[in-house]
Write a protein that binds this ligand. Sequence first.
Ligand SMILES: Nc1ncnc2c1ncn2[C@@H]1O[C@H](COP(=O)(O)OP(=O)(O)O)[C@@H](O)[C@H]1O
Ligand SMILES: [Mg+2]
Length: 241
Amino acid sequence: MTPPDKPQPRPLLQVEDLRKTYPSPQGPLEILKGAALTLTEGESLALMGESGSGKSTLLHLIGALDRPDSGEIRLDGAPISRLAEAEQAALRCKTLGVVFQQFNLISSLDVRANLAFQARISGRFDPQWLEELTERLGLGALLTRYPEQLSGGQQQRVAIGRALAVRPRLLLADEPTGNLDEATGDAVLGLALELVAATGCAFLMVTHSARLAARLDRQACLSCGVAIEEDAPGRKARAAR
Ligand SMILES: Nc1ncnc2c1ncn2[C@@H]1O[C@H](COP(=O)(O)OP(=O)(O)O)[C@@H](O)[C@H]1O
Ligand SMILES: [Mg+2]
């Protein structure tokens, strides 16, 4: 029990009774059937589940890249799934960072411009912070290279830097190590976790790897359209990392 005088951690992300159906030639495909999860500030959660279980769908809905059929997504109290498009975009720009399995860097821009891209378009460009990110991600010698001149691990480090350059409150990552070999994936996740801890942002990561998932504070599995959280004893204390 939490003593009454201890302030409760503030919920940053609240997903409630989320439902999403896609049309298919065989009829409607019910992917999310009442999914719910909560993430407090600074907390990290690994989301696992079989291929096709709806992990990317859930992340896209949280990232306001798509709308649910019903249910609620609150980001820092704002009902992101019900906002008008312009308000969604504004909230997304200043509150969210997103990292994808395929890196999604802009091929015509060098590393320096890729790193600054989201921060510039959202009016949150901070050269000092970008310099620190560049250093912490080990990208200093690569700033004038283009994405095609980088390894997968290097590209993902740039993508993480680009996402964190806006100082998001929540970092979303959809299988960020899925295209990397094990050692590179481990190292890239290590850097991401260090930066997440340093910035205090919350982190929601989809992964197929139980080993990588165990490095986050909490673990949940998406199954039959709902997210089932693993038992509290399996949780890792942030301080233990
Ligand atoms: N835009 C879409 N239209 C129709 N079906 C989709 C669409 N996006 C995803 N799906 C289907 O929804 C299911 C869940 O997809 P997804 O969320 O990508 O799963 P996961 O990320 O867990 O592998 C899959 O069967 C997929 O084919
Ligand atoms: Mg997916």
